[in-house]
Structure formats: C-alpha cells, structure tokens
Design a protein around this ligand. Structure first.
Ligand code: C2O
Ligand code: CU
Length: 665
C-alpha cells in the first residue's frame, strides 16, 4: 500500500479514536455503564490500532510521524492509561450494579478524549516539524480542558472548595476558582507565547546551509548584472519579438469566449522558436495588466537577470513599462514562458506561450525521413474547466503522410497534472522537460503523466492509419493525425483510461552523468505539508515547507560548483509539482527506489502525497533562484516557495518576489 494511502488510513484511525474516546466519556458522564464500558474497550483497541498505523508510517520516513511519535501518541497513551485505570476501577464493580461512577473517572476519560483530539489537530494545523512551542501549547490546552471538565462535572467539589471547606474525602478533584483561573490563565499565556514564537518572531530573512560552508565575504554581484549574451553564435539569427501583455476577449474555435490576459492578444502567446545558438531578443511591454507582468522562461537556464521573477531579478513591468530580455538559445528542446507576477492568476488567465529550440544540425541523426516531418507544439491549458490544446477547444485533425517522422511537443501550462494517451502508433518519449532521454524504448498502450509545468516530446513514424492523442480520457477531444484521404478512421480508445502509467524512472537506458550525486556538497530536505504559518506577513492556512510559508522559509545557500542534493517529502494530501529555476535536476530515486532508466533531467517533478523524491544538480548558474511548487496557487497564495541563493549574489529589488497581488504597489 502506498504511503499516501497509509497517511489517509492513519488520519481515519486517529479520527475514529477521537470519536470513541469522546463517546466513552460522554456515556460515562451520563452514567450509562454498559455502553461506556464497551466504548472504553473500543477506544483502547482503536488506540492500539493507531500505534500500528503510525509504526507503518514511521517505516516510510520519520517526517511522516514526527509529531505523532513525539507528542500525539505519548500524550494519548498517558491520558488513556490513567483513564483506563480510574474508569476501569470504577466501571468493573458498577457493571455488576454495585457502585456509582465517581466524577474523577469521567474527567479522566474526557481528558484522554482531549488528548486524542489534540493529536490530529496538531497534525492538521501544524504538521512538520513539531516545535517545543507547539508541544507546550498543546499540553497546556489539554490540561486546561481537564481542569474545565473537572469544574463542570464535579460541582460538589467546587461548591465545597468555594466555601473554603475540604471536599468530601472520596478523592474527587477539588479545584478552587482561584486555582482554576490561575491554571487556565497560565495555559493561555503559554499558548500565546508559543503561538507568538511559532508565527511572528521567526526572522523573515535567513539561510540554511545544507551542511555546506557558510556565507563567504567574497565581493557581491547583483542579479541585475547577471544578464544574457549580446550576440548569436556565428551563423545564428537574432529572434526578435515584442510581446505586449494585454487584456483581450479570446474567441476559441468552439465559439466560447474567454476573458483572457494575453501576450499580444493571443492564447497561447506568440510561439517563440529558434535554432540552437540563435539570440532570443524579446521586449516585454505591458499595456493594461494593472498588477504588472514579467516573462519567466520556464525550464530554460537563462542567466539569473533574465529569469523574470519580480522583486527578485527585476521589478514587475507595470502598465506603460517594458523590460528587454536577451539570451542565447544554447539549450535545445521544448520550453515555455509565463508571467511570474501573481502568476496564480496571470498564467491561468492566459499569460503563457511556448519556446522551442531546435538543433542547429537540423534533422536529428537516425531518423530517415520518408516524408516531410510533422512537428507540433501542443500546450495544454484549462480555461474555466475546458481543456484547450494549442489554443483550440475542439477536436483538431492534422494531416500527416504515412512514413513522416512525427514529434508532438506536449506542455502542461496548468497547475494540475494531465494524463496523456497516444493511440494508434507505438512511440518513444524522446525528451522530458526539454532534455533528451538516452535510448528511449518504443512503447504503446501506456498512459503518461504530464506534471504541471512539465513537457513530454513524443516521437513516432506516422503509420498508414489515424493516430489519436487523448488528454484526461476525453476521447471526443484531443488531436487526430490523419493520413491524407482518411476522413473517418479512428484508433481504439475504449481502454484509454485503464492503461497503466509509464514510470519514467525505469524508461530508457542508463548513461554517465557529469557529477557524483552520492557525495553532495549540500543536502537540503524540504518537507511539504499544510499548516498555519505566516504568508506574506499574515497568518494563513498555508502550504508549508518545513513548517513555514514564503518568505519565512530560509534561503538555501549554495556555492558555485557545489553538487546539491534535495530530499523532497510530501506529507500532505495534495500533489506538489516541485520546480527549481535555473537548473535541471537529476532524479535519483522516488520512495527509495532508484532511477534505473535513462538519466532523467527535469525542471518539475510531481511529488504525490506520501512520496519522497531524491534529486541532485550541480550549481553552475549563479544567481538567486526561486524553488517552488508549480501548483501556482500553492506557491503564490499558499506560501510554498523559497529561494536558492548562490554565495556572493545579491538582489537590489525589494525581496518580496512579487508573488502575490498584495505586493502590487
Ligand atoms: Cu514556471 Cu517559478 O515557474
Ligand atoms: Cu503544491
């Protein structure tokens, strides 16, 4: 069973535990002896079951259970043991109709219920990591709950105490009002102090070293000076574009109208293509996008000053302003561009386009062309729930002569993964995230997962029959490649949704990689979760990294030349497509299973619930780079983003990264 399912099962067992402990406490308070006894036994059994689920999760990784093992379970075990002793001692004779249930037994069982509740509350509100502050808050709240309960269920004792008389000598808890106020007041102070340290007093600017050397005193270089080359390679061309960001009503082929934010009035924006070594020269103008826009070159390892991150590498481009990008198209493959300002709104509304760079030597070796090649760039985007492929929301038919080499460049510009099926021809995945795979084998009858932000280049030789590309199981939509004259043919699609998903970690053949990832200079662990954290200066139910939200997640410091390793753990119930700017990362393993196929270099890897990914890269592109979840609402509203900072690089911009419209001043 996957770790994600164990996480869900553990949540369910925890909630069942809360329910049974509370039910036992309430029935006991109502002096319903038999049900109370049965529920108490059930609560104990569920608690033991919980120990088992937590033990399994612990085997999957300490990150998944830390707060449960250190706080939730011990607290429940202690309170539960006391409850069983006290209530059991009273219940056994009472069951035979011989005694009443004393108030302290009720208090003990309800206290165990509070302890049972506290565990999942900590898991949902705080998550990883557990801090001393959190533990103090929780223990004091459970204690306050016990005292309050004692006040309510032991009125006799209270009255006696208020009268200044010793309580009846039955061992009932006797709490005076003064002592009660003292204790609860104390709990409130501890809670406030804990919450304060947890939320407010963390330094917003700090670095983590990942086990490497601290900051040196080398002279600083500004990201604003890390700009691209001024000329193409000899024989190369300058690819000049002016992109104007503007609002537009876009009419899709089905007739549907979309109120879009666009580059040049089109969705997707103008396709930028180049041959390796050309110079990309793009001037971004903003006509009327009020908050501002930028151009970020997703997956393209441009010099940092071209990276288009507002508040970090440049100022956002306001209406009437412009920003000029220049960089050499050294990297071959399929990429895309999008705004990085309030991108959870801007990209969704249409501020994206494709960037495709083809090799200078033209046709790739080993592909004898019997007919004109077909090379289609297909960004998949969702507008108001409708999947739009390369700007079309209807089914697209495209002619393709039999024998023609076909390359379909799929891009996911959404925040959630898409499932792709190609039916009618065996094919290869030539490239992932723009980078060629080594000896990719032919596959058919597989589903492909295209993570948010990710790309897949599918290649095949056009057969003498129709080939269909199906997105998210929608057999009526998608793309058809048709041999000339074939107007009606269609491949079998009925099993498209049952096809097994191809695991890229075992696809293609191994090859040498340019560094030894087993000896990293730095190793950073990012535990992804949900919890209460400060995001952009205010508390939120955030998407957290190591318990914090942007910009309070410490920067990761690296030095040029370092081999850097990331461990990315997803404790949450949502998928987080993790994306590092400026560098492709090499996938080492997922859930402890090493990557055995072609070296897999990606800029976005989909960390699903309960997964643990190990990746590595060499720090060869100085700058300050965003490192974030590419589910853009997670990143820009939820706080799930941080920075990877090279030693000796500074930014003159305001440091807010312009991630959210709240910074749109
Ligand atoms: Cu595709 Cu930080 O971006
Ligand atoms: Cu996410």
């Amino acid at each position: 069973m996957s770790t994600g399912l164990w996480i869900i099962l553990d949540h369910l067992v925890a909630l069942l535990g809360v329910a049974t402990w509370f039910a036992a406490g309430v029935t006991l308070a109502l002096r319903r002896i038999r049900p109370a006894f049965a529920l108490l036994v059930a609560a104990v059994l569920v608690t033991l079951l919980r120990v088992a689920t937590v033990a399994v999760l612990a085997g999957r990784g300490w990150w998944y259970v830390q707060e449960k093992v250190l706080l939730g379970l011990p607290m429940l075990a202690a309170a539960g043991a006391v409850a069983v002793l006290l209530a059991g001692r009273a219940l056994l004779p009472a069951r035979r109709g011989r005694a009443d249930v004393p108030a302290y037994a009720v208090v003990a069982v309800l206290t165990a219920a509070y302890a049972a509740l506290a565990g999942p509350v900590v898991t949902f509100l705080v998550g990883y990591p557990l801090t001393v502050g959190t533990a103090l808050i929780v223990i004091s709240l459970v204690g306050a709950g016990a005292l309050l309960t004692a006040r309510v269920v032991a009125p006799a004792a209270r009255d006696a105490a208020e009268a200044g008389v010793a309580p009846a000598a039955e061992g009932r808890p006797a709490i005076s009002r003064r002592r009660f106020i003292g204790w609860t007041g104390g709990a409130v102070v501890v809670t406030a102090a804990g919450a304060g340290t947890g939320l407010s007093f963390l330094p917003p600017e700090s670095v983590t070293l990942g086990g490497g050397r601290p900051r040196s005193s080398r002279p600083a270089v500004s990201v604003a000076d890390l700009r691209g080359a001024g000329s193409p390679v000899p024989g190369g061309t300058v690819r000049r574009h002016v992109l104007t960001a503007q609002k537009a009503t876009v009419r899709l082929p089905s007739g549907r109208e979309v109120d879009a934010w666009t580059y040049d009035g089109e969705v997707p924006g103008p396709a930028i293509t180049a041959t390796q070594g050309d110079l990309i020269d793009v001037r971004l103008r903003n006509a009327d996008i009020d908050g501002g826009v930028t151009l970020h070159w997703h997956g393209y390892d441009v010099p940092c000053g071209e990276d288009g991150v507002p508040g970090l590498t440049q100022r956002p481009v306001r209406p009437g302003e412009e920003f000029a990008h220049r960089f050499r198209a050294d990297q071959v493959g399929t990429y895309w561009y999008h705004t990085h300002h309030a991108s959870h709104v801007g990209v969704r509304k249409g501020l994206y386009g494709t960037l495709v760079v083809r090799p200078r030597d033209g046709q790739r070796a080993g592909e004898p062309a019997a007919a004109e090649p077909v090379d289609l760039t297909l960004p998949v985007h969702t507008f108001d729930g409708v999947v739009v492929i390369a700007g079309r929301d209807d089914r697209t038919d495209h002619p393709a002569p039999p024998g023609a080499p076909v390359r379909l460049r799929l891009l996911n510009t959404d925040s959630d993964a898409h499932r792709i099926v190609l039916a009618g021809a065996p094919f290869r995945i030539a490239a992932v995230d723009g980078r060629d795979l080594h000896q990719p084998g032919e596959v058919s009858d597989v589903g492909l997962r295209l993570p948010a932000g990710g790309r897949l280049d599918l290649v095949f030789v056009m057969p003498d029959a129709v080939v269909a590309l199906v997105v998210d199981g929608d057999a009526a939509g998608g793309l058809r490649l048709r041999p000339p004259g074939d107007t009606a043919g269609a491949p079998r699609l009925d099993n498209a949704s049952d096809l097994p998903e191809l695991d890229l970690l075992g696809y293609g053949a191994p090859a040498a990689v340019p560094f030894d990832p087993r000896r990293p200079d730095r190793h950073f662990t990012m535990v992804l979760d949900r919890g209460v954290a400060v995001v952009d200066g205010r508390p939120a139910y955030a998407q957290t990294v190591n318990g914090r939200g942007h910009p309070r997640i410490p920067d990761q410091l690296v030095a040029e030349g370092d081999v850097v390793r990331f461990t990315v753990v997803n404790r949450s119930l949502e998928t987080h497509p993790w994306h590092l700017h400026g560098h492709p990362v090499l996938i080492l393993s997922r859930d402890g299973t090493p990557s055995t196929g072609s070296p897999l270099w990606v800029d976005t890897f989909d960390v699903r619930p309960g997964q643990t990914w190990e990746v590595a890269f060499r720090a060869t592109n100085p700058g300050i780079w965003m490192n974030h979840c590419h589910n853009l609402p997670h990143a820009h509203q939820g706080g799930m983003m941080l920075r990877l900072r090279y030693d000796g690089v500074t930014t003159p911009f305001d440091g807010s990264h312009g991630g959210s419209p709240r910074h749109g001043h």
